[in-house]
Ligand binder design. Structure first.
Ligand code: UD1
Length: 379
């Protein structure tokens, strides 16, 4: 009994005066700019990719470009690591002449990393429209550098591309006008759904003697969990208990290496090098449970329907708890054990949130064109 649905009206196709500049800098940015670059290309909208160089190891950067077919960056700022102030300042200094030379119609900044903040400030001060992809998320934990980045980036952005209704609610509560906000869904779902089959074909499970449903996955990189060796050792001790029942595999973020030099990793936890995008999805998809402090992994496990235990006290992605498969437990050993028990006993089920459907890049470009045509300004 399906009836013909009327075609979605095409947004006004305002000619964009200059290119769309996409900014990526750190690992969680790359899978967000990929679908946007592809959609802009599909519509023959001139776009330029800037890599800030915040992440630079091949395993933290190049492999994502190769696997996801992202074009080589048009500009590479090569800023590297540093303190927050130094890294942010270096990105700003290097990005400013790029914006002046490119004269973009839009600068699109994804996520909440230092590259996001730095690029949005530069564009806003040069009077160039900024679109924040993944706007409106709030952990309300001001000690997280990402929370500062989110709030400031939203404030200097013209168009707020929100992944979920809770993000839209946050922006409304902060006084952003509805004309500045577009609910577009989760762009990571675009990448995940398009690549799931390829990920499942990867040999990463076999290479690590893992069987589907027979292991757990750890990812850890939040400064609050990994910078202090004592805190990390306490966390690993409870994970070690879990590993006595369920083998755990842990791709180790480079940030963790200095703390790890001073502590022992319990038996049952297998450390491996950072994994590529496809391998990360492959490991998540077949895990019995994922233990993480990442934001993106909370979302990917929700899309995959895999139980996730988040080793943090706050999350900026509450929809992964209310709708998805996530449990927020902090670092209390008892809470971690309970959450893992619930996950292993099959108590955790979830649904995929609205608009996490693989069509987010299309909605982002629609929103940018509509905004351009309307000539809106909310500042
Ligand atoms: C950054 C983001 C964080 C994101 C994470 C994903 C900020 C404030 N933080 O954290 O939100 O979740 O990326 O990975 O932007 N390092 C390397 N090789 C690299 C990159 C980093 O060895 O290619 C090491 C360096 O020692 C560096 C440290 O990791 O000092 C931290 O890197 P940085 O980019 O400052 O922050 P992340 O912890 O990666």
């Amino acid at each position: 009994m399906t009836t013909d649905t009327p075609p979605t009206p095409e947004p006004p196709n305002a000619a964009l005066a200059g290119p769309v500049v996409l900014v990526a800098g750190a690992r969680p940015n790359f899978m967000k700019v990929g679908p946007l670059q592809a959609e802009l290309d599909r519509r023959q909208i001139h776009n330029v990719l800037v890599h800030t160089g915040q992440h630079y190891d091949p395993a933290m950067s190049d492999v994502f470009f190769e696997e996801l077919g992202i074009r080589r960056p048009d500009h590479h700022l090569e800023v590297g690591s540093g303190s927050h102030a130094a890294q942010t300042a270096r990105i700003m200094e290097a990005f400013e002449p790029v914006v002046i030379a490119e004269q973009p119609s839009w600068v699109v900044v994804p996520g909440d990393v230092n590259s996001t903040l730095a690029a949005s400030l530069v564009a806003a001060k040069l009077g160039v429209r900024v679109a924040h992809l993944e706007a409106g998320l709030r952990s309300r934990d001001w000690a997280m550098p990402e929370e500062v980045n989110r709030v400031v980036t939203d404030r200097v952005s013209d168009l707020l591309l929100a992944p979920s209704f809770d993000a839209v609610d946050n922006l409304a509560a902060e006084g952003y006008p509805a004309t500045a906000v577009a609910l577009v869904g989760n762009i990571m779902a675009d990448t995940l759904l398009a690549n799931l089959e390829r990920a499942r074909a990867r040999p990463i499970l076999v290479e690590n003697a893992l069987t589907p449903g027979g292991y757990g996955l750890i990812t850890l990189h939040r400064p609050s969990n990994v910078d202090d060796p004592d805190i990390l050792a306490a966390l690993l001790s409870v994970l070690g208990e879990i590993a006595e029942r369920l083998p755990l595999i842990w791709p180790v973020h480079p940030r963790v290496n200095s703390a790890l030099a001073r502590i022992d990793v319990p038996a049952g936890i297998t450390r491996i090098e950072p994994v590529s995008y496809l391998d990360s999805i492959a490991l998540q998809a077949d895990a019995r449970v994922v233990l993480t402090d990442s934001g993106g992994v909370q979302e990917e496990t929700t899309v995959l329907g895999v139980p996730c235990v988040t080793l943090r006290t706050t999350t900026e992605r509450p929809i992964t708890i209310s709708h998805g498969t996530n449990q927020l437990v902090g670092t209390d050993p008892h809470e971690i054990r309970l959450a893992v028990h619930r996950a292993l006993s099959g108590e955790i089920a979830g649904t995929r949130p609205d608009l996490w459907d693989g069509e987010t890049a299309r909605r982002c470009v629609d929103a940018m064109l509509t905004y351009t045509a309307a000539g809106t300004a909310h500042h």
